[in-house]
Design a protein around this ligand. Structure first.
Ligand SMILES: [Fe+2]
Length: 400
């Protein structure tokens, strides 16, 4: 009870930019995660694969954290990271198709940034509100490493589209022209909206991964999209068999999904900047495990991108989260968009009808697959919990 009161008072002033007192729970073992039912585990795969090089102690004063801090200060960040302005559409597209991601500054104005920061802090409070067991301050999210959470998966609806802060960001004057350029038309649609965050003391690296599997199939619709994005059409449509180089070019510039992660704070060498490996969005090779990953990939992070900016990510590209050794939360709420040629089957109906009605006409058009029927509250929306089985039960209860 005393611990819960201490946690509650710590959470009252939680914010996702600037200094905070949350995080750095030294009672939470390194590389520990939770299974579906909230039982601790240290042998998982996927997002929660252990970091063999993590510091031995989750303490800001420990010497091995200091060693990691020194390494990151010296090495963290992509040298010469290109940061575009929203109007530089050709440059944005060139970098995006080449690297599989591009950083664009000033996507959010001061008011939008402030609104989203407030929403992110409120939802984070809900995620952390449950006292951890045996002295741990927090409950680790199922299948994630300690102090790392997702605004998406920690929600029983898998989304945040029931919250105006997230829903109002699907169609912005800065982002819509860029998405239309990258997708080749305005016929893309919203699959969902959530985002990634880590709190101070997330000392482990998250394993590199890809969010979307590439099957290297080129349907006619996909080919047409590639042509709309400006791919040279010389002879493509008339030939029976696609030249392998053309096929590769089509695959490379037609991501099934693009996610924009928006920055609530500047990304620095110490606050867990996302790492992106350039040119990995259309390769068939195996993604390196933590022990195979070379140092240049560990430090291939977006240090230097500013609050209010965003990273447009081809979801196939290899990426991962990195240690947050600071005293700030690093929050990257997102909007996830699917390509016009992909199947609408399985899109979660996570946006309440009333919220959908408040959007612009383009906003309504691109969210028509994810909105619920009038008077139907999306099952699970508004219920946050780190443990998967608790979320499932809450969603089933709401759906009844
Ligand atoms: Fe991811």
């Amino acid at each position: 009870m005393k611990d819960q009161q201490a946690l509650n008072s710590e959470l009252t002033d939680v914010q996702v930019h600037g200094p905070t007192s949350i995080g750095w729970c030294s009672n939470t073992p390194i590389n520990e995660t939770m299974d579906e039912n909230g039982t601790t585990s240290t042998q998982p795969n996927g997002f929660a694969a252990m970091d063999p090089y993590a510091p031995a102690h989750r303490s800001i004063e420990s010497s091995d954290v200091e060693t990691l801090r020194h390494f990151l200060r010296e090495n963290n960040g992509i040298a010469g990271l290109e940061v575009c302005q929203p109007h530089e559409l050709d440059r944005i597209a060139r970098i995006f198709y080449r690297d599989g991601f591009v950083v664009v500054d000033k996507l959010l104005d001061a008011e939008q940034l402030d609104t989203w920061r407030t929403g992110c802090a409120e939802v984070l409070r809900d995620i952390l509100a449950h006292q951890g067991h045996e002295g741990r301050k927090y409950i680790t999210e199922t299948n994630r490493l300690p102090h790392r959470y997702s605004y998406g998966t920690a929600s029983a609806s898998r989304q945040q589209l029931h919250r105006p802060e997230w829903a109002s960001m699907v169609d912005l004057p800065t982002t819509t022209p860029i998405l239309a350029k990258l997708f080749g038309s305005e016929d893309y649609y919203v699959w969902g909206s959530g985002g990634d965050l880590c709190i101070p003391g997330a000392v482990e690296y998250q394993a590199l991964h890809s969010d979307v599997q590439e099957n290297f199939q080129v349907s006619r619709d996909r080919l047409l999209q590639a042509i709309k994005t400006g791919l040279d059409t010389n002879g493509i449509l008339n030939s029976e068999e696609l030249d392998p180089r053309v096929r590769q070019a089509v695959v490379q510039r037609t991501p099934p999904m693009i996610t924009i992660n928006f920055l609530m704070s500047d990304l620095t060498w110490e606050n867990g900047p996302i790492r992106q490996i350039p040119g990995t969005h259309a390769v068939a090779g195996k993604i390196p495990s933590q022990s195979e990953e070379p140092q240049w990939m560990r430090t291939s992070t977006l240090v230097g991108a500013n609050a209010g900016a965003g990273v447009f990510r081809d979801n196939r590209g290899w990426h991962g989260a990195t240690p947050n050794l600071s005293l700030q939360v690093r929050a990257l709420p997102d909007v996830e968009y699917s390509a016009p040629w992909t199947s609408r089957r399985g899109v979660p109906r996570a946006m309440p009808h009333e919220i959908w009605q408040s959007l612009s006409s383009h906003g309504q058009a691109i969210t028509r697959w994810t909105k619920s029927e009038r008077g139907v509250w999306p099952a699970g929306a508004g219920f946050m919990h780190p443990i998967a089985s608790v979320r499932r039960n809450a969603k089933a209860e709401q759906a009844r």
